[in-house]
Write a protein that binds this ligand. Structure first.
Ligand SMILES: Cc1cc2nc3c(=O)[nH]c(=O)nc-3n(C[C@H](O)[C@H](O)[C@H](O)COP(=O)(O)OP(=O)(O)OC[C@H]3O[C@@H](n4cnc5c(N)ncnc54)[C@H](O)[C@@H]3O)c2cc1C
Length: 436
């Protein structure tokens, strides 16, 4: 057992933990005598406190890094839960397969992808990660090993997707990968001038393009409100020019945030106008399309020692347009926000997870430098808009949502609570449960 200070991607929550590491999927459920509860910890790519258990125990799962089997004909792959999506891509892509759903970084573990039931730019056609997991094993603190699938222990299967690591430790999983014609992406980028145009482009693209996503200028006001760049893409057989990908790194934490009102305004204006013409088509390498931020190691350090928050919400389609406009207005008025504000339409495919975040509607995600009370005031305004629109916030990105917003956004939380392992807990869960 090690006593260590552990944080998460946003660098706003960190604290002391008693930690142990799992080395094999056959290891027993770890006991740490000094603490009452533990939480599995993948690669710490969650932004807030959902991967932390401050003052209690953490179980590092990155040592569960073995592949178990891979059928190159069918694309069925079984691996331990600490394997990264990046590792899967390394062995799957040369055989013509790809992860069916991927978040915006490939440095997440399979266990982390399950526990947050992650989504990607193809949600409108492929749904969440859960829909591509054929089975998994859940290790409980009483020593039981539950094999879970849609037909075997289905209730545990449903609780574990989006289950925030609270139902036990996922030791391994079997995934169905998807075929691809090659490593390149055929990407079209289209400028849009307002949210109505964004919605029209989404509706127009969802059938013929597997991936859609937009960047929106979070400082645009008046007739610039909701302007941005829409991207739609498919996997391509033709090969993109093989440009060596430069890996940059932010080598140390600057003493203050490099993200401020001036840098933000310059970036947003330049980004919007940089593309020549209103429409552009290009063949690019998959990593450039899916993981642009992974090219800059430790980019979160740019936000300085105070760290960053991300606010990612989803708003039901029926009220999505008005509520998104209100959110963007409030953000632009405050002059806060970040370089890359992302907008996407989630599709109607339901997630099996009891606490899965995605639902049909508009999702908006953006990073904010931590400015203390000033930011909290803006978040309170955003929460009020979200609540009256019947929306929800993504726990994987959260470090501050009020308990009432969690409970109204995730109405199945009580049903889910029955499946929590008595030896598992997290800083996030205690926070949203204790906050009335
Ligand atoms: C740059 C960036 C882009 C992102 N883009 C997206 C995106 O597009 N879509 C999206 O959905 N998310 C996105 N995320 C969030 C990220 O995908 C999730 O937070 C993911 O769960 C992190 O995985 P991890 O392995 O780092 O797990 P951690 O962050 O360490 O843990 C996440 C949760 O998984 C649990 N867990 C980890 N391993 C296990 C296990 N073996 N058994 C049981 N529970 C376990 C933990 O207890 C915790 O609750 C992004 C994050 C970053 C930094």
């Amino acid at each position: 057992m090690l006593r260590e200070t552990v944080g998460s991607w946003g660098n706003v929550v960190r604290g002391e933990h008693a930690s142990v590491s799992l080395r094999s999927r056959r290891d027993p459920f770890p006991r740490i005598d000094a603490v009452d509860t533990v939480l599995p910890y993948g690669n710490g790519r969650s932004y807030g406190d959902s991967c932390l258990n401050v003052g209690a125990g953490l179980v590092h799962t990155c040592g569960l890094d073995r592949f178990i089997r891979f059928d190159r004909e069918t694309g069925v792959l079984a691996c331990e839960a600490g394997v990264l999506l990046a590792d899967i891509l390394q062995i799957a892509m040369p055989a013509g397969w790809f992860v069916p759903v991927t978040p915006g970084t490939c440095f997440v573990t399979v266990g982390g992808a399950i526990a947050n039931d992650v989504h990607g730019k193809n949600h409108h056609g492929f749904g969440t990660f859960a829909l591509h997991v054929r089975q998994l094993e859940l290790l409980r603190s009483d020593g039981q090993r539950l094999r879970c699938s849609a037909t075997e222990n289905p209730q545990w299967f449903a609780a574990t997707f989006g289950g925030l690591g609270l139902t036990g430790i996922v030791t391994w999983a079997e995934l169905q990968l998807r075929r691809i014609p090659g490593p390149s992406m055929d990407v079209e980028t289209i400028r849009f001038h307002n949210l109505n145009e964004f919605l029209a482009l989404s509706a127009d693209s969802d059938r013929d393009f597997e991936y859609t996503v937009a960047w929106v200028d979070c400082l645009g006001r008046g007739n610039q409100l909701g302007r941005g760049l829409f991207q739609r893409a498919n996997h391509a057989a033709a090969r993109a020019e093989n440009k060596p990908r430069r890996r940059l790194a932010v080598p140390f934490m600057p003493p203050f945030s490099m993200v401020n009102a001036a840098s933000l305004r310059i970036f947003n204006t330049a980004y919007y106008h940089a593309r020549t013409g209103d429409r552009r088509r290009a063949l690019v390498n998959y990593a450039q399309f899916f993981y642009p931020l992974d090219a800059i190691l430790h980019w979160n350090r740019l936000y300085g020692p105070q760290g960053l928050y991300q606010y990612q919400c989803v708003i039901p389609s029926s009220v999505g347009l008005d509520a998104t406009a209100q959110l963007l207005q409030a953000i632009a008025r405050s002059g806060q926000g970040s370089f890359l504000a992302v907008l996407k339409m989630f599709g109607p495919l339901p997630s099996p997870g009891m606490l899965s975040f995605p639902r049909a509607g508009i999702t908006l995600a953006l990073d904010f430098p931590n400015r203390g009370e000033r930011l909290e005031r803006l978040f309170n305004d955003l929460d009020a808009i979200l609540k009256s629109a019947g929306g929800r916030l993504y726990p994987a990105k959260d470090a501050r949502m009020p308990g009432s917003l969690f409970r109204s956004g995730f109405p199945r939380w009580q049903e889910f609570s029955q499946y929590i392992d008595p030896r598992c807990s997290s800083t996030f869960w205690r926070r949203v449960m204790e906050d009335k």
